[in-house]
Design a protein around this ligand. Structure first.
Ligand SMILES: [Zn+2]
Ligand SMILES: [Zn+2]
Length: 82
């Protein structure tokens, strides 16, 4: 499937897998918007691709926690831990 902007200005994202939406904020993982924010990573819990900005931060804000955990899963894990 080819995703094309109506204006034909940018290339389709070459992610190559589904889903092409962020698992946290549900916005599309297009390269032109995502790269500015650091790209995307796969969450190690739900295996969904999320924006780098939608991952849980580690102790240092710009160094995300490893293994990668998205905000959704962090929420779920925090709940089940109670
Ligand atoms: Zn997101
Ligand atoms: Zn997740």
């Amino acid at each position: 499937m080819s995703i094309r902007n109506r204006a034909g200005q940018w290339e389709p994202l070459l992610l190559g897998i589904e889903p092409e939406h962020c698992g946290v904020c549900n916005q599309v993982l297009y390269r032109n918007t995502t790269m500015l924010k650091g790209g995307w990573e796969r969450c190690s819990v739900c295996n969904r691709f999320v924006h780098y900005a939608c991952l849980v931060s580690g102790k240092v804000q710009f160094l995300k926690r490893r293994p990668r955990v998205c905000l959704n899963c962090e929420h779920t894990l925090a709940k089940s831990a109670q």
